[in-house]
Design a protein around this ligand. Sequence first.
Ligand code: ZN
Length: 327
Amino acid sequence: MFIVHINPNSEKENIMADHQKGIHHITILSGDAQVNYDFYVKKLGLRMVLKSVNQDDPGTYHLFYANGAGKPGSSITFFPWPMAHQGVPGTGEAVAVSFAVPSTSGGYWKKRLADEGIEFDGPEKRFGLDVIRFRDPDNMMLELVFDPAADAVDAWKDATVPAEHGIRGFWGTTMRIVETDETTALLEEVFGFKKTDAEKNLTLLKSGSEIGHSVILEKAEKAGYGKNGRGIIHHVAFRAKDEEEELEMRRKVIDHGLQPTTVIDRHVFKSVYFRSPGGVLFEIATDGPGYRSVADRDEDMGKELFLPEWLEPRRQDIESGLPEIRL
Ligand code: ZN
């Protein structure tokens, strides 16, 4: 836990600023929505905090799963597209999503995955922490990292996984890229990360937050093309505490010679997108207003289809065209 100090020049204040940095959400292309929901909610114990549509393709869902409170640093989001071909990851992409679980929950998760019929590898040590690897129904690489930093964060209390063992949020993500130096500079100079460790071809960058605090850059010797499709990570979003900070970060991105979009209102946060030097699609996303802001009550989160105002007139058509998701 970090302590707020009033003195702006103190070392603690710098750590505090860092505390609000890290991964905001990660968005992935998936296949069938029901299969996706069943895996992430029923098997892994995440909460669906928002059910919406892809604003660029409103005939398809955009599903958001997170810890109980829907905190920044915990939401994995999907564009389910039942007809999508299987993707194959290449370079210039994020290739794995890592969830943080309590440091003492190793035994629970090995049994849980086995009971659910999910094949896994590990635990293996990486950067001093135990990691278990497995794949989601669309063949995307997932990891559980047994991380003491996450112990204090609450999991969803009504999950199928007991709260003491539940997923706290992200530990981080792995990006497979050639341009590791340029991406390191961007993560350090704009997004509040610091290079803290390296092993083999992996560089670890960390922010000061409790969840979503780690990015691993996996150095690729040369570019290799993958195939877009289900199981491919579409983008990684990083936190800005408010719109003012987002605009400041956007200016810094331009100073790095990159080309960000203007601010786009996603209603639960405000977004700026750009292609990073390594080729990964990055987003800057504000912490607020958050998933809770579009639900009347906490227990309503993720239940009704959320549509931005400009799509409300088409609600009936949109709802009748979307496949039902059995909760
Ligand atoms: Zn996003």
